[in-house]
Write a protein that binds this ligand. Sequence first.
Ligand code: UD1
Ligand code: UDP
Length: 373
Amino acid sequence: MLASRKPVNGKQKPVLVITGTRPEIIKMAPIIRALKAEGLPYIFVHCGQHYDYNMAQQFIENLELAKPGYWLKIESTSSGAQTAEIMMKMDELLGKVEPSVVLVEGDTNSVLSAALAANKRVVPLGHVEAGLRSYDLRMPEEHNRRLTDHISQFLFAPTQHAVVNLKAENVWGKVFLTGNTSIDAVKEHLPIAERSSRVMEQVPFEEYALVTAHRAENVDDPTVLGSFLEVFERSPLPLVYPMHPRTLRRLAENGLIGKVEGMKNVHVLPPTGYLDFLVLMRNCKLIITDSGGVQEEATAPAIRKRVLVIRLSTERQEAVEAGFATVVGTDSRWILSAMNEALNAEKVLPAESPFGDGSAAQRTVAVIKESFV
Ligand code: UD1
Ligand code: UDP
């Protein structure tokens, strides 16, 4: 089922690097750079699931990537129609560009759509960040990543734990332990961020906790959304909160925007660029989040922060086992009590990240090179 190693019309077939959302752009950037460094032909495709400047193009600029070769325009708004539309447009594109392999990263609808499109065109598929499991079937991401893992020929597992998950499920593809490219990206961009970001000039507090929240099972549930607002009101530390567009929309629908804007201890920002976010993480006392990528970045040696995971589960158990993360649930009392505990604890965090040493992209591209060139 491997693609031909032979060049087509004297030309090497390109690797298709797919992104759809903000975290995929960030985590694919090191892979794009490694492909370039190896002189391998590639085409960068953005599926357009995230489309606002500050959810997509801003990251392409921050990470100094060239403009995507293709940027799909997606009209659908429901999750199912969005998945189907991306799949149809990817199918058309695959017919046109004939790649050697399609690379997807993570667990979004774009990932599943591109994976299915590759599978139907019988193009080899590589899943970056394979093998994560939250065992929380309320999450669309848990379905997307499981399905993608089972139709991938190459599974790039970030940790040994992910390798074990994949082996336990008897996936068909080959599994490679690589580390997570999120750590590569922090290593490369934090020094740049510290030189160029001006974001701290906007932060009106000496000390703060950094908050993000966007998971559908959290912010689409008015009870959980209300619980988060209670945490904001009673927080023992001021909060800096770059707000995801999904959350902004849900607050607006519930008539709660004014309430958040009125909280003097909460500094709300639009979704920040990657460099600004790195600096916000670097300078905060504590991170409170339901993000996946942020749980990893908090363990990067140059950041090393405690993270309270405002969810019922995590697929990043490694961060919990290493002492960085604590899954605190979504009830305001649990979150507030965990904040007080974390702020008073004198915990020494490990010097190394459980998500790798920052060379995940090189390892991934070495496998691609070995298999397709
Ligand atoms: C998606 C992923 C999630 C990932 C997150 C990263 C799925 C099922 N979810 O969630 O796994 O953690 O991206 O941030 O794929 N919106 C805008 N502008 C944009 C993008 C979105 O306004 O550029 C708003 C729209 O109202 C949209 C809503 O956000 O309906 C949700 O966007 P969507 O991409 O469906 O899901 P995310 O919550 O962003
Ligand atoms: N991030 C950012 N600006 C923000 C919030 C997050 O640059 O305002 C970055 C963060 O550093 C991480 C990624 O976006 O790399 C996480 O994205 P998100 O939380 O949306 O998705 P998830 O990782 O949960 O899929």
